[in-house]
Design a protein around this ligand. Sequence first.
Ligand code: PGA
Length: 250
Amino acid sequence: MPLARPVVLGNWKMNGLRADGLALAGRLDARAAHASGTLGIFPPATLVAAVAQRLARSRVLVGGQDCHPAESGAFTGSISAAMLADAGARAVIVGHSERRHGLGETDAEVKAKGEAALAAGLMVVLCIGETEAEYVAGERHAVLVRQLDGSLPSGATAERLVVAYEPVWAIGTGRTPSLAEIARTHAELRGLLAGRLADGAEVALLYGGSVKPDNAADIMAIEAVDGALVGGASLDADSFWSIYAAGGGT
Ligand code: PGA
């Protein structure tokens, strides 16, 4: 079954100590008791187990922000998909721009991570998006095709794949593409996914990059936008819930 819409996911990034993280998760859980759509939060690795335990009976799913492609081994500091699943995670983000560009992750590595995640039974949240230089050079479409072709995990289905279009220049900057640009990009991505996966038309396609309560309704009203991947605004339960509600979530 495809994920219930809207799909609104919160990437906490490197934020949250135990007390704050559990409090935030608890506030969200209280609001989401009867949620009709899909809500997920992605705490830092140190909090995945505690937050997953706190939300064990919640409508809010918990995920990791990254995983290593290998199942286990001599990879100091890394966490495998199986470890995330063992900690209670149901999903994992792969290919976030802060890892692609900040840490030099390649499409092939992102693909391997996604495949490891699927093998461990996790849902994959695959992030793609062009840099500002690529945007200015008119390379957006080519970049997205290259990233999709290079990093879409084999064996993915709409039930366990979410694709988030996140222009790198919109992340954490307060800037977003115009609504027309988001609509055009998402329509293109919808077509690209339909051409690559049997049920590609049903894959949840999110927009990410400076989504806030005041722009969320307009962005999520776009036909091919099924939800949002939210960074900064997911650190406050009210803002995160407002974004979900703006997308039609009850
Ligand atoms: P932002 O981050 O909402 O803070 O721009 C989005 C993301 O990185 O997923």
